[in-house]
Each structure stands twice: as structure tokens, then as C-alpha cells.
Design a protein around this ligand. Structure first.
Ligand SMILES: *Cc1c(COP(=O)(O)O)cnc(C)c1O
Length: 421
């Protein structure tokens, strides 16, 4: 029996309606930007396995470091204990984060990093004796699938059964340049009418909303208004973090720096799950007290697992290397060339790019979406390219180590797909 068949017996997959979905594809090996299935077919991983393995799959600079750590210290409780990998990671990460960031709180995945940010913001005000209980968030934002993260997410088509259990959240549009003033006005009136604890946002790129991009200046003016009105700003950089926008963090494009930053996905270079919620000294100080109850009583069993910390250290070392920085520049240039090549094609609209993130929309009406995604997905896989189209959007988010030839194959497969409809 194939793996795909054995899988059916006991496994319940994420984000899947099992009755209507095709069988999952069994992947048996990965290296660099390539994946192999159980029949020996090869695919270029055009989205770095959901933006995690940004330095390539099974990269020895990372795996060897983790393997070595495994022989020495595999896991230890992080409440009341500490260890070298966590301390070294904290030093390296603070070095590259926006310079108002001082303290790191570890957890396991992007959603928990957001839960912690939400609890930090609520308790920050609570500890100061202020009643601030609501959040601001962007329409179509995505922040994860746990309850708090789901509440602040605006992409809630499938959240029906849980709607009555949501936090108090007010939504604003994203600033796109021409509407900056309108959005700022919207935010101003919400801040004055409600007890807003924090504003959570994906800086500049909304990943799950199909790589929608917005305006740095517009976002900056929103952050500025939050700052002066004691609304904490929470940058969800789970997707945008670690070099993907061409800078280490998307927050670097704005003058006003966030109070809290959520990190996961490529934090551990695609090896193991881990997340970090970073914050300023000021936030930390609001929890620092002789009163025990003022502390942040949140914790996960595998917090700051030493193997995950080593993977993250290896990832940051690679990100800092001139080789990776050079690759990032080359990918950016290749994307720009491709954008020029297709920009006059009538089947394409909204070509957009920031750093190594590239997206385009097919010029097709909503009613015709039906089978579009499957048709595109199948087309790409037949060409040996793994991409995950969303609605009428095709996007690329390759690992930094992808070769020129591999990128060309992806571009060609995308251009070929225009003739499918
Ligand atoms: C993926 C993602 C999350 C959720 O992370 P998980 O590890 O899947 O829980 C949160 N925010 C953003 C912006 C993401 O892209």
C-alpha cells in the first residue's frame, strides 16, 4: 500500500474537507529547493513549505548544529531553568530586531505567539489599572487558528461555529496610498470611541489574504496615532520576518517601531516548530513587580526547546551571511525581470512584489473561480513546480537558496498557466 493510502486510515489533515479533497501527496525527501514524492517525482518548492525553509531543506549548516545539540541537551523545563542555546539565540535575535525590542517570550507556533501578544497587551493595561479590552485589526488579516488569534483575524469564512466566542475587535481597511487619510480617520474614531488595548497587523503584506500589499507611509501614520494614544502596536511578522521583504523585518520600512513583534515560521529555518513574542522594556516593566500576580502566567511545555533554539541560531547566522544577502538581491532582480516580461499580458493584473515575495492576480471573474485553484495547482505540479494558488492569485515565495534555473522553471510554468483559461 502506498503512503497516501495508509494515510487515509487514521489521519485527519489540517484545513481539509476530507470528503471532497484529493488524497494527500506523500513526500519522502527534500533537499535545497526540491521535494520528491513517493513515486520519485521531483518538485521545486516555490513557497519554501509555507515560508519556513528559507535556507533550503535539509541544509547542513542547520541540521549539523541541531544534531550536535541533540547529543548534549535535548530538552529541559524553561520555567526556573535556562540554557546556552536560548541565551545565545536571545543575543543574536535582539541584535537584528528593531532596536526598541528588548525581551523575548518563547512559545511553539505562530498562533501561540499571537495569543501571547494579545495577553501581553491586555495585561499590560490591566497591570496599570487601565480598562482597555478591545483590539484593532485589518480587514482580511490572518493571525492564526487558536481562539485569540482567530478573533483578530478578519479572514473568517470558516469560523462560523466559533463566532460567539470572539474577543472584541474592530476592523479597519489597509492603507493603500490613495485611501491613507480615510483609514487614519477610521482608526482615530475607533480609538476615541472604544477602549482599545492594541492594534495587531501584518506589516505591509497580508499573507493568507493572497499576498495583498499595502503602503508603508500609511501604516506608519496609523502606528503613530496608536503610539500617542497608548494603544499598543503588535506587528505579526510570523510570515514577513527574517529577510523575505528584502529587509530583516518588514517593520524596518516604518519609522514607528512596534511595541510587540510575533515571530515563527522561518524563525527555526524550517526545521522544528518554535515561536517568539518580542517586546519593549516598557512592556516587560509593567509585569515586573513584587506582586506575583502581575507576572505573565503563560507557558508551554516545550518552551525554548534547545534543538529549536539551535536551528534558529543557525538560521540567523545564515541570514546575516553575505551569501544569503546576495541571493536575496538576485531573487529580487529576477522577480523584477519577470514582472516586466508579463506586465502587458491581458490575463494578468495587480503584479506586486516586495523582496522575494512576488504575486499576481489572474484577470478572471469571481464566478469562474470554482475549479481554478485545482486546475492551476495540477498544472504546476505536472510541470514539477509546487505553488499554492489562492483564489485568482498566484504567488512565489522561494527559499533564498533557489537557483536561477529553478526560478526560471517557476516563471515559465506561471506564464504557461495563462493559456489555461
Ligand atoms: C502562519 C501565520 C500565523 C499562524 O502561525 P501557525 O504557526 O500556523 O500557527 C500567524 N500569523 C501569520 C501572519 C501567519 O502567516
Amino acid at each position: 500500500m502506498s503512503l497516501s493510502e495508509r494515510d487515509k486510515k487514521h489521519i485527519w489533515h489540517p484545513l481539509t474537507q476530507h470528503k471532497t479533497s484529493a488524497s494527500p501527496l506523500a513526500i519522502v525527501k527534500a533537499k535545497g529547493a526540491l521535494l520528491w514524492d513517493e513515486d520519485g517525482n521531483e518538485y521545486i518548492d516555490g513557497i519554501a513549505s509555507w515560508y519556513t525553509s528559507m535556507y533550503g531543506h535539509c541544509n547542513e549548516a542547520i541540521t549539523s548544529r541541531v544534531a550536535k545539540q541533540m547529543q548534549v541537551l535535548d530538552q529541559v523545563v524553561f520555567s526556573g531553568f535556562t540554557h546556552e542555546p536560548a541565551v545565545e539565540l536571545s543575543e543574536k535575535l535582539i541584535e537584528i530586531l528593531p532596536d526598541n525590542q528588548q525581551k523575548l517570550f518563547f512559545s511553539d507556533n505562530g498562533s501561540t505567539s499571537v495569543e501571547i501578544a494579545i495577553k501581553m497587551a491586555l495585561q499590560f493595561h490591566f497591570n496599570k489599572g487601565e480598562k482597555k479590552v478591545a483590539f484593532l485589526a485589518f480587514e482580511e488579516g490572518f493571525h492564526g487558528d487558536t481562539f485569540g488569534a482567530m478573533s483578530v483575524s478578519g479572514l473568517s469564512v470558516y469560523n462560523g461555529p466559533f463566532e460567539g466566542f470572539s474577543l472584541e475587535v474592530y476592523r479597519i481597511a489597509t492603507p493603500k496610498g490613495d485611501n491613507n487619510k480615510v483609514v487614519l480617520k477610521q482608526l482615530k474614531s475607533l480609538v476615541s470611541e472604544h477602549a482599545i488595548a492594541g492594534f495587531i497587523y501584518e506589516p505591509l503584506v497580508q499573507g493568507a489574504a493572497a499576498m495583498k500589499m499595502h503602503d508603508a507611509e500609511g501604516l506608519n501614520s496609523l502606528l503613530k496615532h496608536c503610539k500617542v494614544n497608548n494603544v499598543l502596536t503588535i506587528a505579526d511578522e510570523v510570515m514577513t520576518g527574517f529577510g523575505k521583504t528584502g529587509r530583516n523585518f518588514a517593520s524596518e520600512f516604518m519609522k514607528i517601531k512596534p511595541d510587540i513583534i510575533c515571530l515563527s515560521k522561518s524563525l527555526t529555518a524550517g526545521l522544528v516548530p518554535m515561536a517568539i513574542t518580542s517586546c519593549t522594556q516598557e512592556i516587560f516593566d509593567a509585569f515586573y513587580s513584587d506582586k506575583i500576580a502581575k507576572g505573565l502566567f503563560h507557558g508551554h511545555t516545550y518552551t525554548a526547546n534547545p534543538l529549536a533554539c539551535q536551528a534558529a541560531i543557525a538560521g540567523i547566522d545564515l541570514l546575516n551571511s553575505s551569501e544569503i544577502q546576495e541571493n536575496i538581491k538576485q531573487i529580487i532582480a529576477s522577480h523584477q525581470t519577470f514582472a516586466k516580461r508579463i506586465k502587458n499580458n491581458k490575463k494578468v493584473i495587480n503584479i506586486r512584489q516586495i523582496g522575494v515575495i512576488f504575486a499576481l492576480d489572474l484577470n478572471i471573474e469571481m464566478e469562474r473561480y470554482g475549479n481554478l485553484r485545482n486546475k492551476l495547482f495540477t498544472h504546476f505540479m505536472k510541470k514539477g513546480v509546487f505553488l499554492r494558488p489562492l483564489g485568482n492569485t498566484i504567488y512565489i515565495l522561494p527559499s533564498f537558496i533557489i537557483s536561477k534555473d529553478q526560478l526560471t522553471k517557476i516563471y515559465d510554468a506561471i506564464e504557461d498557466s495563462f493559456s489555461l483559461f
